[in-house]
Design a protein around this ligand. Sequence first.
Ligand code: UDP
Length: 241
Amino acid sequence: MPAVPAYRRVLIKLSGEGLMGEREYGLDPKMLASIAREIGAVHAMGVEVCIVIGGGNIFRGVAGAATGMERASADYMGMLATVINALALQNALEKIGVHTRVMSAIPMTTVCEPYIRRRAERHMEKGRVVIFAAGTGNPFFTTDTAAALRAAEMGVGAMLKATQVDGVYSADPRKNPGAQRYDRLTYMDVLSQDLQVMDASAISLARENRIPIVVFDLHRPGGLAEVMRGEGTFTIITDEE
Ligand code: UDP
């Protein structure tokens, strides 16, 4: 097994739902601890790690808008939900001795640092895991788009998208046992076939900036470290056929 990780710096996109474990809502401490271990293992390989975290386990703007709330206000609530998740993940990582910083796109200086690109890079160079909270700081966006944006700003070697399954399938494999799994895809395949990976703006941003997207299973113990060594099962999305 090659000891050298495939990437020097990566961005990991975690959805809020990934933090729920078996729960219907909110945070599962066991799940947080297990995600922290996965991230800690990659950090211990000497890889610079930053994370964009979602908020769907707590609040989604579209859900608020569906109940009659103004969409922009609902989206701000969603962004605040990501800050809650960021603090929870920070806590889980620091419990296992990984140094972290939370940086929010919406400044709240008594809780965490405001997002400053050059400072974020400096934190990573010093071996700190940086958790980006509050998405892009703008309503009408998603944390997937925030992930692609920060990945471009941080100049990462790859964006690792954590999901509930081991890659991209032609349909949801949990509902459709005949769904086909892909090892490799192009950004255009994802866009033209409307494959459910990340939203179209995130895919386009990754494509423009030639950031490979690696889709992997968050629930496989040791899976993240395997992906970092280029092993295990995952789907990689690039512009090469
Ligand atoms: N959000 C936003 N702007 C952003 C990122 C997120 O308004 O740049 C809001 C939006 O309402 C979204 C919510 O935050 O529904 C939570 O983020 P998301 O749904 O992307 O989380 P995930 O699906 O990854 O858990």
